[in-house]
Structures are given as C-alpha cells and as structure tokens.
Design a protein. Structure first.
Length: 285
C-alpha cells in the first residue's frame, strides 16, 4: 500500500524518485553499455525499461568470461559464439579458465581451442582476449590442494587460481585476499614507478618552497618586532630622563625658596635690633 499522496515507491524501480513521484520521460534510468543502449523512463511507470540490445555488438566481448547476448545483457558465455556449450574445466592448472564442449570432444579449455586458426580468428574478431578468459571472485571449480590431493567445490580467487574451500579457515581466506590485493598494488607500483618518482619530486620541491616562504616571512616579522622594541626602549629612556630633569628642577626651586625665606627672616631681626637701639637713645635725651 502506498502512502497518501504517493504515486509510487522507490523500491518498485529507478523511475520512482525519493519523493515517491514518477520520474519524467527524459530521466535516464540506465546508461548505455557495450551491449545495450541508454534507457529512459516511461511516463507514469516506476520500473526502468528492459535492455535495448545493440545488434552490432551481439557476441562481442563485454567481460573476460562473457559476451553480449540478444537481449542486450552481458550474460552469454564465450562458448556460444563457437556454437558450443560452456562446461566446468577439468581439475588442474586451467580449472578456473573458460572451457567449452561440443559433446563430442569433451570439455576443452578455450586456450587450447584457440590453437585452431579458424577459432582464433573468430575470437579475435569479437574482441576476445583468450589470455583473459578466466573466472574470478568465487566461481566454483575443482582442483588440487597443497598436498596434491584433489578436492571438489573449490572457488576461483582474484588471480584465477582454484582454492579449496574450508569454512574453518575463513581467516586464511581473508588474509589471502589481502595478500592478493597487496600483490596487485605492488604490481602497479612496479609498472608505474616513474609516476611515483615525479610525484615525490614535486612534493619535495613544493615542501622546500613552503619552508623558504615561511623562513623569509618569520625573519621579516622578527625584524619588525625588533625595531618596535628598540623604539619603545628609546621612548622609555627619554621619558625617564625627562622625569629626572623635572625632579632636579623641582628640588632646586624649593631650595631657592628656602633661602629667600631665611634672608627675609634675617633682615627682620636686624630691623628690630636697630629700632630698639633708637628708642634707648631717645629715652636718654
């Protein structure tokens, strides 16, 4: 049941938006591939239309182990272009390779079939690289373990090697995957070493430029700070000198005032003594 006001549900297909409304007919719900054309939504329909096959690419390689089929999907076995059926390869080093059978000659690896010039030309014309026609990532296989003992229900790893499945050794499977990925990284590093060298040189040069810029900037900043400190010290010294001069002048002024007061007092005492003498003489007369 759809919610009230909803036209569709995103779970019904990519032509239904997250707002639960139908996408317009111009909305691209599937990009074009080597096997099919680009697909757009149909009005008032939530599901993306079926594959639209590119007829000229039917039978062309679309994956290491598959070719384009008539429906436009990349699901058809390489064996179909040889008018043969795919089969599980015999136990051995090629157990994760593509094998085909015509029900007369048994199950034969594609690499051996490519030894026939007619078959090889047919494979090349369809863009198939026989050396890459292998299974990877979990395809079932039969092989031999490290003790050369045969086993059933194995799986192909990322390097197209048949591994024995042991549920008790899941941790070793995880480690194997990590090692395989590390091996892929090392292989890339070996082939692209010159790019790593160029990138390293670029970053070293960039780092040196940054260090030089920072050094020059810091020196300039320190020089300006030093000048400012010198100016402040000079101003402070001048201020202290002026304060000392002002204090000295104040002391001298106070000293002169004291001398004037003392001189005045002395003159007054002389005047009193003279007056007393005059009065004594007048009284004698």
């Amino acid at each position: 049941m759809l919610a009230e006001g909803a036209q569709c549900s995103p779970q019904q297909g990519s032509c239904c938006s997250t707002l639960c409304t139908f996408q317009p007919s111009t909305y691209v719900c599937a990009e074009s591939t080597i096997c099919s054309l680009q697909r757009t939504c149909i009005q008032n329909t939530s599901a993306c239309p079926s594959f639209i096959a590119i007829n000229d690419n039917i039978g062309k390689s679309c994956d290491n182990a598959f070719v384009c089929d008539e429906s436009g999907a990349c699901n058809s076995s390489i064996c179909t272009i040889l008018k043969m059926k795919e089969c599980k390869c015999p136990r051995g080093d090629l157990s994760c390779h593509i094998c085909c059978t015509d029900q007369e000659e048994g199950c034969t690896p594609l690499q051996q079939l490519a030894g026939n010039s007619t078959i090889n030309e047919l494979l090349i014309s369809n863009g198939i690289d026989v050396s890459l026609a292998k299974y990877t990532n979990g395809e079932p296989c039969n092989g031999y373990n490290f003790n050369k003992q045969p086993f059933e229900d194995g799986y192909c790893d990322t390097l197209s090697r048949c591994r024995e499945f042991d549920p008790d050794l899941a941790i070793f499977s995880l480690l194997n995957r990590l090692l395989v990925e590390s091996y892929a990284v090392l292989t890339w590093l070996q082939s692209m070493w010159w790019i790593i060298v160029l990138v390293s040189i670029f970053f070293l040069v960039l780092l040196n430029i940054i260090v030089i810029i920072c050094h020059v900037s810091l020196r300039k900043t320190h020089s300006e700070d030093y000048k400012k400190r010198k100016e402040l010290q000079s101003i402070s010294r001048r201020h202290r000198h002026r304060s000392r001069v002002a204090d000295s002048s104040s002391h001298i002024g106070r000293g002169n005032e004291s001398l004037q007061i003392l001189s005045t007092n002395h003159n007054c005492e002389d005047l009193v003594s003279v007056t007393e003498m005059d009065l004594a003489q007048i009284s004698q007369h």
